[in-house]
Design a protein. Structure first.
Length: 173
């Protein structure tokens, strides 16, 4: 079910809708209803959910210990991105319900970042830059993630077309 949901939330339409489906599998209506309720909440299971990236930076400053901040800030940006994605990134995902859906997830989708790993990467990079008093340059980051996602979509569409051609050829035989 998680994979269907990933594809379902992959695109946000420009008209303000939440997504387009890139699969022939219908989404589970219960999961969608839970998602629609969760994205309106400011707190989930007692944990504050940031409304946007700036709010996330302020929240991380409140909850991170000084020693952890110092160690994280001393890493290179690339190391921070790569070495903490499956630890710090997992924590961010679990705390702010990135993958399950939260108001922060929707904020990223409205800013054309649809992939959960990219959302987490953006938070990690932005926080590293914040701690090092560097500009976040969100527009540049968002453009990078959007282009990366469009390449994935292009490949998915091409692969689907190839499978359809193979099916048609097999039917003719």
């Amino acid at each position: 079910m998680k994979y269907i949901f990933v594809f379902f939330t992959f695109f946000t339409t420009l008209s303000g809708g939440y997504s387009q489906v890139i699969t022939d599998i219908k989404p589970d209506t219960t999961t969608l209803k839970e998602f629609e309720q969760r994205i309106k909440l400011t707190r989930i299971d007692g944990k504050y959910i940031p409304k946007d990236l700036n709010d996330a930076m302020m929240e991380l400053n409140k909850i991170m210990e000084d020693g952890a901040k110092k160690k994280f800030a001393e890493m290179s940006e690339n190391d921070a991105r790569q070495k903490t994605h499956f630890s710090f990134g997992k924590y961010i995902n679990a705390r702010w319900y990135i993958q399950e859906g939260s108001r922060l997830t929707i904020w990223f989708q409205k800013n054309k970042i649809y992939d959960f790993d990219d959302m987490i990467d953006c938070i990690i990079v932005s926080y590293h830059r914040t701690l090092n008093n560097k500009p976040i340059e969100f527009e540049i980051l968002a453009d990078y993630y959007y282009k990366k996602q469009m390449e994935k979509v292009k490949k998915l569409v091409e692969d689907k077309k190839k499978r359809e051609v193979r099916v048609k050829l097999n039917e003719k035989e």
